[in-house]
Ligand binder design. Sequence first.
Ligand code: AMP
Length: 182
Amino acid sequence: MKSLTNEQRTTLLESIRDVEDFPKKGIIFKDITTLLNNSSAYKLLMDHLKAKYEEYDLDFVAGIESRGFIFGATLANMLGVGFVPIRKKGKLPYTTIAEKYSLEYGVDEIEVHIDAFRGKEGSRVLLIDDLIATGGTAEAAVKLINQTNAKCVEACFLINLSFLEGVKKVESITNTYSVLDI
Ligand code: AMP
């Protein structure tokens, strides 16, 4: 199903656990492990994403470390396209390109292998992560994809913490889609 009913959205929302004060006081952490170990909720989500994205003529799905790997690799396999991991600095073994982004305090950096989107020029890439908060990570990931010879055609999130307005940052550089807006 390309679009979800309100009932299906509620099923997904209820499968995600809120953990208060993790990793620090005042943060409500959206714990997706309870969705992953609920086979019907996980299947509902992935069937929805497959139905939506099979019309996009994608060449790759790229996932952001680490929860984006789970949804991204599953979706890539369902769509019959390759999966590309976007990782924190220093984790990928081959030659990489990197992009810095701001955190609340300081900066962080993500990387992708220089030849990850091999194949035709202008490969169509879907970026996926579990959650968008301030949007800094996703913005850096889109820039990273576009710095290679590939094109990020959309950034997809399971959860959008809409009060943080991170989507605004990302939608100036690519299309965005969130399954659940909170
Ligand atoms: P941001 O760059 O601020 O959009 O943060 C997004 C990244 O941080 C994603 O990879 C999320 O998995 C993680 N993240 C941020 N806030 C939360 C939260 N409340 N619950 C779970 N993960 C979060």
